[in-house]
Design a protein around this ligand. Structure first.
Ligand code: ADP
Length: 219
């Protein structure tokens, strides 16, 4: 199978990090920015790098951006440029369009004009940091929807040596333990009798308000 090809537009902190990470993962990555200096800085970390203003439809056509499997628009502060770029890419028929939003309203507009996925990196990172601050046992926090999330937490001391039935997270907090990570091993269908050991990591899904209680009382 051919390697997936990505184009990333906007080499700010977020865009350059995405472009570099995709390249390191072995994908072909084209980096685009209107700032020539940014292109020079990223050139040796990606497959190709070109300088262009992506609000110029002809420039995007010339680059052949519609031939890429996925295009990531990581233009941040310049909301107008982000929206225009998204609109043009959608018109050009890019197969999958992922766009970074600055705020909810920006995200709403992006969704309406056809972005396949809108991402909020600052907001999501803020959320993760906040949850980690509530309890250092919380390692990660992923929103599934407005109402449901997944938390990844270090097994709290009260859980060590006990099994899922004894902990009864389902009845106490209305949350579900999806998986137990023990080092490299991942138990993805834990049984009621499975015992939690020190250093284990629990992956738990639930409603946000139920998880909030669990994070305070259980984590
Ligand atoms: P971050 O917060 O991730 O650092 P920035 O908003 O600072 O994001 O960076 C966005 C990048 O997008 C900048 O490097 C900027 O030059 C680039 N950019 C902005 N508008 C355009 C455009 N019309 N065409 C191409 N690149 C653009």
């Amino acid at each position: 199978m051919a390697k997936k090809q990505f184009a990333v537009i906007g080499m700010g902190r977020f865009g350059s990090s995405v472009a570099g990470a995709l390249t390191n993962l072995g994908f072909e990555v084209l980096a685009i920015d209107r700032d020539e200096q940014k292109i020079q800085d990223i050139a040796d970390q990606v497959t190709h790098a070109v300088s262009a203003d992506t609000t110029d439809e002809d420039a995007l056509r010339a680059i052949g951006v519609r031939n890429f499997d996925v295009v990531v628009v990581a233009i941040g502060a310049d909301i107008q440029a982000s929206i225009l770029t998204t609109l043009i890419l959608k018109d050009l028929g890019v197969p999958r369009l992922i766009v970074k939003a600055q705020n909810e309203l920006h995200g709403k507009v992006l969704g309406k004009i056809g972005a396949d996925k809108v991402i909020y990196p600052e907001r999501d990172m803020g959320l993760r940091v906040a949850h980690h601050l509530i309890s250092p046992n919380i390692l990660d926090y992923i929103e599934l929807s407005d109402a449901y999330s997944i938390v990844e937490m270090k097994a709290p001391s009260q859980a060590i040596g006990r099994n899922l039935k004894q902990l009864d997270v389902r009845a106490k907090y209305k949350c579900n333990v999806l998986a137990i990570k023990s080092g490299e091993h991942m138990n993805i269908s834990p049984y009621a009798e499975d015992i939690i050991r020190e250093q284990d990591i629990l992956v738990i899904v639930g409603k946000n308000e139920d998880l909030a209680l669990l994070e305070i009382e259980f984590a």
